[in-house]
Design a binder for this molecule. Structure first.
Ligand SMILES: Cc1ncc(COP(=O)(O)O)c(C=O)c1O
Length: 435
């Protein structure tokens, strides 16, 4: 093919095209790649060493040799493989404490009918907002919140406002009621379209919402006449280091406090099995909203990769998925300990840093001394790069009113010995900046 030097024609992007921005951590990641020897605690990737290669090979072998036909290499349906939806529906009912329903074929089928399998749960989140919001609308989010969701909102022109929390980081229903009343008074309440939160071992904060907080959130919204769509993101529900953590309380779909709210529950098979398969799901109890999401999904891709779903269906049904979880829980606990110990031993607390040790997930959320700036252009960030360690600035994880002194550290990717080294480097940077 002959390339010529004719300049491309001027292009007028749509409003959405104009709003699309590179992810906020792109610049940091570029720095990471360009800095030899840098240890990254920034990426939310999973652990390479524990990825289930043998289990996937077994599933593939079963499909290719043991399967009765080639359908796993054919297009699937828009809402996803019936077998996968059924396996996930029974699992969700069990986790939500409905053992009887999980054993009842009709109840499982009803639940499976509310499922749609997506290209990662990220797609389900996108579909949710795309079908609910216009540019200028408002969504209430965790404080701090999952920053890729915040970017998604920004890309669709939607404003994120934080759910108020108290000094201990617990949701504050009284402050929320005051906030909603103020929004009614200033007219912005009419633009409030949904509430979103990550309920188990959150990204970025590692905290799990207990039953009381989730109930009080529903009560506060209801009391202020805000029975709006709720999006519960359970991406890390399976990654509690104690497997019982997933059953501590039901998700919003099984919680009477949320009856009457249009409910979407999203979760994923990436973090707890293989991120490269990129399969997640949404479960929605509101028919019109679910149909709209499915129609929009049809426009995106008319179905998530059938092949990846078939592998996961096998893994769920034959127990490989649960065996993998046992491996992951042990590995991530060990990695959390390696990073946490390095920070403790490095004297970070004595320098005024605070953090809680999460019982699941992939992240430590740190609050630095008041007045410290951890932003991407800060002296602290430069000190970390100088020491050879990278983190996510916490200011990226806030819908509004972002504090300057927080940091997300991910222990998903590096092995324990590298985490220990990365933690030591982080402590040296903290010491250098305060010195
Ligand atoms: C809180 C949260 N929700 C959703 C996702 C999306 O994950 P996936 O698209 O792999 O299912 C992530 C990924 O990091 C996440 O941290």
């Amino acid at each position: 093919m002959v390339m010529n030097n004719v300049p491309s024609a001027a292009l007028k992007l749509s409003a959405l095209g104009c709003r699309a921005r590179p992810p906020a951590i792109t610049a940091l990641m570029k720095t990471a790649l360009e800095t030899p020897g840098l240890l990254s605690l920034a990426a939310g990737f999973t652990d390479n060493a524990t990825l289930p290669v043998t289990a996937v090979a077994g599933a593939l072998h079963g499909l290719a040799v043991g399967g009765s036909n080639q359908e796993f290499l054919q297009y699937g349906t828009n809402s996803g493989r019936p077998g996968l939806r059924t396996a996930l529906a029974a699992r969700l009912l069990r986790q939500d404490g409905c053992a009887a329903a999980a054993a009842d074929t009709a109840a499982v089928a009803e639940m499976a009918g509310r499922f749609f399998i997506t290209n990662g749960s990220q797609q389900a989140l996108y579909l949710a907002i795309q079908t609910l919001c216009e540019p200028g609308d408002i969504v209430l989010v965790d404080r701090p919140s999952y920053f890729v969701f915040l970017e998604l909102l920004g890309g669709l022109g939607v404003e994120a406002r934080s759910l108020p929390v108290d000094a201990a980081g617990r949701l504050d229903p009284t402050a929320l009621r005051a906030k909603l009343a103020a929004m009614r008074a200033d007219g912005s309440r009419a633009r409030l379209k949904a509430v979103y939160f990550v309920s188990w071992f959150s990204n970025p904060s590692g905290r799990t919402l207990d039953a009381a907080q989730v109930r009080e959130l529903a009560e506060a919204l209801r009391a202020e006449d805000c029975v709006i769509p709720v999006i519960e993101d359970a991406a890390y529900r399976e990654l509690g280091y104690d497997e019982a953590a997933a059953r501590l309380r039901p998700g919003v779909l099984g919680d009477a406090a949320w009856a009457g709210f249009p409910r979407l529950y999203t979760s994923t098979l990436t973090k707890p099995f293989a991120s490269g398969l990129k399969v997640g799901y949404g479960v929605c109890d509101h028919e019109a909203w679910r149909s709209a999401m499915l129609h929009a999904k049809g426009h995106h891709d008319f179905g998530t990769a059938n092949f990846a779903q078939a592998v996961l269906e096998r893994a769920l049904v034959d127990g490989a998925f649960d065996s993998q979880l046992v491996i992951l829980r042990r590995a991530y606990r060990e990695k959390r300990d390696a990073l946490n110990t390095a920070l403790e031993v490095g004297g970070l607390r004595a320098r005024g840093w605070r953090w809680r040790v999460p019982e699941g997930g992939l992240y430590l959320w740190l609050e630095g001394p008041a007045g410290l700036d951890t932003g991407g252009a800060s002296a602290f960030c430069r000190a970390c790069l100088h020491e050879g360690v990278l983190y996510v600035p916490g200011e990226l994880c806030h819908g509004d009113d972002a504090p300057k002194n927080t940091v997300r550290l991910s222990f998903g990717v590096l092995p324990p010995e590298k985490l220990a080294e990365a933690g030591a480097r982080f402590c040296r940077a903290a010491a250098a900046v305060l010195a």
